[in-house]
Design a protein around this ligand. Structure first.
Ligand SMILES: [Fe+2]
Length: 292
């Protein structure tokens, strides 16, 4: 999410393409569905396919309502100075477990109020996922720690400048953060980290850039991203297969965030890209936990 890292100080000439695991042509696709099929999400969480996208799952009027409620919300926060991003909700990135849970508690009531809409897409998504898991004796729930719970969702709107609105990164490395060794989300380990994005508005651009590489520890360590997953310098991704995923308002997608990915910037900064997002993964054979 940020760009502070030892990688920034590395000499670009010395950066080699990252090495790691790449999937075959059957795996490295983002499957398209015209309706919600929660079983397809389980395929992502089990590493059978890289991603899945449900086109137009959220109706335009519901997207507009949720976007409006975000922009008009007094609890919306600003992050960064030059190209500020806006968010609402807590995030785990580079925080001790207790701090994340404190911040989750501070924003919980505002998020509940925000999500109190007739067609809350998070309820539709997790309700469907819970039903699919129940058929095989599994469950999905918020991540827990000492009787406290992780955050339901994170709203984000990034207006990054430069080549990407959100620099190339992976979502799995942060599950080794030293400050969170006590948090159960780290039990996801090397299993797929499912990145859920519910696109509320997308201006222009705003595609997902998705590389067919899960970097190995050697590469992550060389780039200084072993506990953060960010950023991967562009030079480190040269020659690696990459696909663009077109995303429109109303689309809901889940992809394996262990792969390096980035977000294309809008070419018109007055247009907004806003998503309702969360992370999820299996912590054992039957239990999916979610966090933000
Ligand atoms: Fe990500």
């Amino acid at each position: 999410m940020s760009s502070t890292s030892a990688a920034a100080t590395l000499d670009a000439e010395s950066i080699k393409p990252v090495t790691g695991w790449s999937g075959d042509a059957d795996y490295f696709v983002v499957r398209e569905h015209q309706a919600f099929e929660p079983e397809a999400v389980l395929d992502v969480l089990r590493g059978k396919v890289a991603g899945v996208i449900f086109r137009g799952m959220v109706k335009p009027e519901d997207c507009a309502e949720l976007a409006n409620r975000f922009w008009n919300n007094p609890n919306r926060q600003t992050r960064g100075v030059e190209a500020p991003g806006y968010y609402m909700g807590a995030y785990t990135w580079q925080k001790p477990t207790a701090q994340y849970l404190d911040e989750t508690e501070q924003i919980a009531a505002a998020l509940d109020e925000y999500l109190d809409v007739p067609n809350n897409p998070l309820d539709t998504f997790y309700g469907g996922l819970a039903d699919a898991l129940a058929k095989e004796g599994g469950t999905v729930r918020l991540a827990q720690h000492e009787g406290r719970q992780g955050c339901r969702a994170l709203l984000r709107s990034w207006h990054g400048q430069g080549e990407y609105a959100l620099a190339p990164h992976d979502d799995n490395s942060q599950l080794t953060q030293p400050g969170q060794v006590d948090f159960e989300i780290q039990k996801v380990g090397n299993r797929p980290t499912g990145a859920l994005n519910i696109c509320l508005e997308n201006g222009n651009g705003g595609r997902l850039a998705y590389w067919n590489i899960q970097a190995d520890v050697t590469s992550k360590t060389a780039l200084g991203v072993e506990h953060t997953g960010s950023p991967y310098p562009m030079a480190s991704l040269e020659g690696i297969e990459m696909k663009w995923v077109e995303v429109n308002a109303g689309d809901v997608y889940v992809f394996n965030g262990n792969h390096v990915h980035a977000v294309e910037p809008n070419t018109d900064p007055s247009l907004r890209r806003t998503t309702l997002a969360g992370m999820m993964g299996f912590i054992d054979d039957r239990t999916v936990v979610t966090w933000t």
